[in-house]
Design a protein around this ligand. Structure first.
Ligand SMILES: *Cc1c(COP(=O)(O)O)cnc(C)c1O
Length: 332
């Protein structure tokens, strides 16, 4: 079932996906936008475990690493509504590992929906231990202390699962997309996505470049300011590139910084409009923190003529439990 770059084969991998995720054309949305370009989505929200989402591709390799190193627990960090933390909890459950989530109240929201519904509700259902820390806490230092207390039995996974090993999951996704391009008889001019902890974009950039298909990935930063997002994504693409045996340059990293709004996890009007347009033309769900803002960026680009005549592939990265955390913002 695995579509894979041959260079990924030596890395231990724990299967969490059922095979390739589908690519689907958004015909109704194309019509609503005046048919200026072809719009496809890569359904990385459509995965069988834990509600699905991009972090499962990274967790396949991270759990492979944990098991090969004899670990029995995963510890990771994130915001209160972290999708990565929720999927770490779900994958740990299926892999027979313990999970500890070190979550900080990074986003200035204190309503019950934000603090307790959506992802944190599911973290508990999946049996994870949650450490609830204030917004300014050093979550990684806390995670490392917990790992020491467990006597070296835990793998500490950085934010978003974006270690070099974790990012291999998206190098693999680039190979999967290239294979699907052949089957569809179409090369995508752009592959667009949200950039948070940078690993999804970095993995895709390195994975496409390893196949001689560079220059098509465009990220929309939703977390770091633009300059920092560019520098970090380049550093991460180099880390995963080193595992693949390729070099990544500054010119390989394209990021748009105009759609983050006031900050990470804070809603914008254009994000809300993008969520509604997608739901009401295609019956598909974006999320308020990542894919909603990136999709708003793509829509703005389409309307401004930036992509006229092109074939676009937007990566739907999941995160729909976040919708329930943003009930007030979304008018529910
Ligand atoms: C984490 C996440 C992203 C961003 O991926 P990174 O690798 O952290 O940049 C995008 N969408 C959703 C729904 C996510 O949870």
């Amino acid at each position: 079932m695995y579509s894979s770059l041959p260079v990924l084969r030596p890395f231990p991998r724990f299967c969490l996906l059922e095979g390739m995720t589908p690519i689907q054309r958004l015909v109704s949305l194309e019509k609503a936008l005046g048919e200026r370009c072809a719009i496809f989505v890569k359904r990385d929200d459509l995965m069988g475990i834990g509600g699905g989402g991009n972090k499962l591709r990274k967790l396949e390799f991270l759990i492979g690493q944990a098991k090969s190193e004899g670990k029995d627990t995963l510890i990771t960090v994130g915001a209160r509504q972290s999708n990565h933390a929720r999927l770490t909890a779900a994958s740990a459950a299926v892999a027979g590992l313990g999970a500890e989530l070190v979550l900080a109240r990074l986003v200035p929201k204190t309503d019950d929906d934000y603090l307790f519904n959506g992802n944190p509700l599911l973290d508990g259902l999946f049996g994870a231990t949650v450490h609830d820390l204030p917004g300014d806490a050093d979550t990684l230092a806390f995670a490392q202390q917990r790992a020491e207390a467990l006597g070296g039995r835990a793998l500490v996974i950085p934010a978003g699962g974006s270690s070099a090993i974790g990012m291999l999951g998206y190098a693999g996704a680039a190979a999967e997309i290239a294979q699907q391009e052949v089957a569809l008889g179409r090369r995508f001019d752009k592959v667009l996505l949200a950039n948070g902890s940078h690993g999804t974009q970095a993995g895709l950039v390195a994975g496409f470049k390893a196949q001689g298909l560079g220059g098509k990935v465009l990220g929309y930063t939703v977390l770091a300011p633009l300059a920092e997002a560019k520098a970090q994504t380049l550093a991460k693409a180099r880390e995963v590139g080193a595992l693949l045996g390729i070099e990544v340059d500054e010119a390989d990293i394209a990021i748009n910084g105009e759609h983050r709004g006031p900050g990470y996890g804070i809603e914008t009007d254009e994000m809300k409009a993008a969520l509604k347009l997608m739901a009401q033309t295609q019956g598909l769900l974006l999320d308020p923190v990542y894919s909603g803002k990136a999709f708003a960026g793509m829509l703005a680009g389409i309307r401004a003529g930036q992509f006229d005549g092109q074939s676009l592939l937007f990566v739907m990265t999941g995160g729909t439990p976040g919708l329930y955390a943003y009930r007030q913002a979304l008018g529910g």
